[in-house]
Design a protein around this ligand. Structure first.
Ligand code: SAM
Length: 234
C-alpha cells in the first residue's frame, strides 16, 4: 500500500491525517525497517507492507470504537508498537500504555518514542505480572496477534474498568470464539459485536471483536500462565 493509498483508505475510515501525523508515520516506518536489519522486530521488509499490514491494519480498530472518546488504553503484546503506537500517533489524546515482555522490542519503542516526541507508557513485563497493581484501570484493552482468545481474554479483562471494552484484532476467530464462551462468562463479559472485513489490496480476512466487561473480575483471574495453558488442553 503506497502512502497515497493509505491516505485514501484512512479517509474511508473517517480519518483525515494531518501532515504532522503522516510525517511521524513515515519516520516510524523508516526507523522500523532500519532497526529491523540488526534486531528482529517484524517479518515485514518493505514500506508498502508496513503501511498495509502494520499501520492500516492497526487503525481498523476505529471500525469498533470512537477513540476520540477513550481516555486510557492498554495494548498487550504490542511488539514493535502495533496497534498501540500507531493509534497514539493518530489520536494524540489517548493515554496509551504499551506492554510487552520482550526487552528488545521495548527498547525499540523507547528509542522511537523519543525520536518522534511521543508520550506513551512503556511496560516491559508479562501481562499476568503487570496486572498486580493495575486491576480495573483501563477503558479499553486491545491486542493483535498475541494468543488464543481464551488466553487473551483472561489476561486482558481484569485490566478493564466495569463497562470497559476488550477489543482484540484477529484474523480467523470462529472456533476461538466458540471455545471462549466459558471463560468470558467467568469474567462477567460478553461479546457485543463481531466485525468482519477484508484488508484492501491483499484481501486478507480480519475480525475485530468488541467484548464488554459487565462486572468486576474475580481476583483469581488471571490464573498463572501455566494453569491457563493446562486448561486449554482439557
Ligand atoms: N502486537 C504486535 C503485532 O501485531 O505486530 C506483536 C505481535 S507478536 C506476534 C506477539 C508479542 O506478544 C510478542 O512481542 C511477545 O513478546 C508478546 N507477548 C506474548 N505473550 C505476552 C504476555 N503474556 N505478556 C506480555 N507480552 C506478551
Amino acid at each position: 500500500m503506497s502512502e497515497n493509498e493509505f491516505i485514501i483508505e484512512l479517509k474511508n475510515l473517517g480519518i483525515n491525517p494531518t501532515p504532522e501525523i503522516l510525517n511521524k508515520l513515515n519516520l516510524y516506518c523508516d526507523y522500523l525497517l532500519e532497526y529491523n536489519k540488526t534486531t528482529n522486530l517484524t517479518a515485514i521488509k518493505t514500506k508498502e507492507e508496513v503501511y498495509l499490514k502494520h499501520f492500516y491494519d492497526s487503525i481498523t480498530i476505529v471500525k469498533a470504537i470512537d477513540l476520540n472518546k477513550v481516555n486510557n488504553i492498554l495494548d498487550i503484546g504490542t511488539g514493535a508498537g502495533f496497534p498501540g503506537m500507531v493509534l497514539k500517533i493518530i489520536f494524540p489524546n489517548l493515554n496509551m500504555t504499551l506492554l510487552d515482555s520482550n526487552n528488545k522490542k521495548l527498547k525499540f519503542l523507547e528509542c522511537l518514542s523519543k525520536k518522534l516526541d511521543i508520550k506513551v507508557t512503556l511496560i516491559n513485563e508479562r501481562a499476568e505480572n503487570y496486572i498486580k497493581n493495575h486491576r480495573e484501570e483501563y477503558d479499553v484493552v486491545t491486542s493483535r496477534a498475541v494468543a488464543d482468545l481464551r488466553i487473551l481474554s483472561e489476561l486482558a479483562i481484569p485490566f478493564l474498568k466495569v463497562n470497559g471494552f476488550f477489543i482484540p484484532l484477529k484474523a480467523e476467530v470462529v472456533e476461538e470464539l466458540k471455545a471462549s464462551k466459558k471463560i468470558l462468562t467467568c469474567l462477567s463479559s460478553k461479546v457485543i459485536n463481531v466485525i468482519n472485513f477484508n484488508l484492501p489490496i491483499n484481501n486478507h480476512k480480519r475480525t475485530i471483536l468488541i467484548i464488554k466487561k459487565e462486572k468486576k473480575s474475580n481476583d483469581k483471574y488471571p490464573r498463572s500462565y501455566s494453569k491457563i495453558l493446562k486448561d486449554l488442553k482439557n
